[in-house]
Ligand binder design. Structure first.
Ligand code: FES
Length: 169
C-alpha cells in the first residue's frame, strides 16, 4: 500500500465517522428506539355501563392503567397530535348512535380536554378550544379534530380493548 492510498483510506474513514456522529442523533430524534420491555397491543378498560347500553350523548372518561404504566396509541391526528402518539386518557363518546373513543389530548398544544356537561362539548382549559362530540372543532385556536383511538369490545359487555402500549415503568 502506498502512502497516498493509505492517506486516502484514512481520510475516507475519518469523514465517514464524522458523518455518522453528526447524523445519528438526528435519526434517533425522529425515530426513537422503544426501550426493551415495552409491548404494544390491546389494553383492557372497564366501563360501568355495558357498551351497547350507553346513552346517546353520553361521555365517559377512561384512563390508561398505571400498574403497569400504560398508554393508549392515537390512530390518527392533526395539529399537535399524530398517529402513533401516546395518550394517557380518553373519552368514550356515544353520539348519534355511534360509539367513538377520542384521545383526551387537545390538538392545539396537547392539554387534556374535559367534558362540559352543560354544553355537551369537550373543552380545553388551556386556550379555550372546544370540540363537538364527533371530535370536530367547535371553537379554536385548535384547528384539527381530536384524535381517534382504535378499539373493540372486550370479552365482557362493559369492556373495551383499546390499542395501546405497556410502558412498563
Ligand atoms: S392546548 Fe388546548 S387550546 Fe391550547
Amino acid at each position: 500500500m502506498t502512502r497516498r492510498t493509505f492517506l486516502g483510506w484514512w481520510l475516507a474513514s475519518l469523514m465517514t465517522a464524522t458523518v455518522v456522529t453528526a447524523v445519528a442523533p438526528i435519526l434517533v430524534f425522529f425515530w426513537p428506539a422503544r426501550p426493551k420491555g415495552q409491548k404494544e397491543g390491546p389494553i383492557m378498560v372497564g366501563l360501568q355501563t355495558p357498551i351497547d347500553q350507553l346513552q346517546d350523548g353520553s361521555v365517559t372518561q377512561i384512563l390508561a392503567p398505571t400498574s403497569p404504566n400504560s398508554a393508549f396509541i392515537m390512530a390518527d391526528g392533526g395539529g399537535d397530535n399524530a398517529k402513533g402518539e401516546l395518550a394517557f386518557g380518553a373519552f368514550v363518546v356515544k353520539d348519534q348512535g355511534k360509539v367513538t373513543v377520542f384521545a383526551q389530548n387537545c390538538s392545539h398544544l396537547g392539554c387534556s380536554v374535559a367534558f362540559n356537561t352543560d354544553a355537551k362539548t369537550l373543552d380545553c382549559p388551556c386556550h379555550g378550544s372546544r370540540f363537538r362530540l364527533d371530535g370536530s372543532v367547535l371553537h379554536g385556536p385548535a384547528a384539527a379534530p381530536l384524535s381517534h383511538l382504535t378499539w373493540k369490545q372486550g370479552p365482557k359487555p362493559n369492556e373495551l380493548e383499546v390499542e395501546g402500549i405497556v410502558l412498563g415503568f
